[in-house]
Ligand binder design. Structure first.
Ligand code: IPM
Ligand code: MG
Length: 356
């Protein structure tokens, strides 16, 4: 197989974790005789530094002209006080919108070897295997009106949570279809006791559910879902929700696994998917060679599976991660008594050794 990948290392630990994922990709090429051509592009802080904007037109063009995008992380304190629209995060939002990636898949699975790494009790997290399907190009992230304006003496900030039937339908479908390939349980999360937009969401999801009688659908309010995720995370199979709720709940779900450094993601819906770790650029640990590359390497595994249909190769990466953890190796975020703490590069090498 021959494919072209756009690589956006980004900021902070983004460059460090991407380096390891690309070395894993080299190994996959060698073992399975594929060819993955790579081209780099800038977005986020790196793009602001180089070009003055968070998403240069050339980057979006490069992404569109490739088969998939692998992204590290965007953002950092240097750009925190940039004006609206000129923050590194705008690079990411622009990529998602520009590529039409309305469906964000964020799996949270507890590796048995890490059942003690969670801040929650082992018996609560053991066996957790859930998937958050987050709507990614709508809702309050993109709704208008938005902005800050003057109102006499005061300033007023506005954002708009808005969903159209078509947007809810298509993400609900992704949720149902994902559930069909798993344990056939779908939880739709909203705030329908207060928000009209959520009442519409609930109605449309229920309607889409008529085409999926084999999937057990239930609805939860977001506050209750946040609580249930901590109280009894094993009840969840697939969770489908809006952009903002999905952002929040996926960080919470990540911590069930012990570290946000473990969570991969895929953003799909257009012709080209973006694969990126859920964690951010972590400026506090950038450059220290201690970042956990596993989320990015697992994101690469998702790319092989979802964009290229390479199930065997994807499984080989997943297996390698399991094996390294079982052998007792941990990055600093997962430090555990009696286990061996390793740096970013060493974790990468240990995984590569076990691929194929
Ligand atoms: C995420 C991040 C982004 C988001 C930020 C960096 C814009 O938190 O991917 O979850 O809010 O979507
Ligand atoms: Mg987030």
């Amino acid at each position: 197989m021959q494919k072209k990948i756009t690589v956006i290392p980004g900021d902070g630990i983004g460059t460090e974790v991407i380096e390891q994922a690309l070395l894993v990709l080299d190994k996959i090429e060698k073992v399975y005789r594929h060819r993955f051509e790579r081209q780099e592009a800038v977005a986020g802080g790196a793009a602001l530094n180089a070009t003055g904007v968070p998403l240069p037109a050339e980057t979006l063009e490069r992404c569109k002209a490739s088969d998939a995008v692998l992204l590290g992380a965007l953002g950092g304190p240097k750009w925190d006080s940039n004006p609206p629209g000129m923050k590194p995060e705008n690079g990411l939002l622009g990529l998602r919108a520009g590529l039409g990636l309305y469906a964000n898949l964020r799996p949270a699975r507890i590796y048995p070897a890490l059942a003690n790494a969670s801040t929650l009790k082992r018996e609560v997290v053991e066996g957790v295997d859930l998937l958050i399907v987050r709507e990614l190009t709508g809702g309050i992230y993109f709704g208008k009106p938005r902005g800050v304006s003057k109102e006499g003496e005061e300033e007023v900030g506005v954002n708009t949570e808005i969903y159209r039937t078509s947007e809810i339908r298509r993400i609900a479908k992704v949720g149902f279809e994902a559930a069909r390939k798993r344990r056939r349980i779908l939880t739709s999360v909203d705030k329908a006791n207060v928000l009209e937009v959520s009442q519409l969401w609930r109605r449309v999801v229920t309607d889409v559910g008529k085409d999926f009688p084999d999937v057990e659908l239930s609805h939860l309010y977001v506050d209750n879902c946040a609580m249930q995720l901590i109280a009894n995370p094993k009840q969840f199979d697939v969770v489908v929700t809006s952009n903002l709720f999905g952002d929040i709940l996926s960080d919470e779900a990540a911590m069930l696994t012990g570290s946000i450094g473990m969570l991969p993601s895929a953003s799909l819906g257009g012709n080209i998917g973006i694969y990126e770790p859920v964690h951010g650029s972590a400026p506090d640990i950038a450059g220290k060679e201690i970042a956990n590359p596993i989320a990015t390497i697992a994101s690469l595994a998702m790319m092989l599976k979802y964009s290229f249909g390479l199930q065997k190769e994807s499984d080989a990466i997943e297996q390698a991660i399991v094996s390294v953890l079982e052998a007792g190796y941990r990055t600093a975020d997962l430090k555990e008594e009696g286990k061996t703490t390793v740096g970013t590069k060493q974790m990468g090498e240990l995984i590569i050794e076990r691929v194929g």
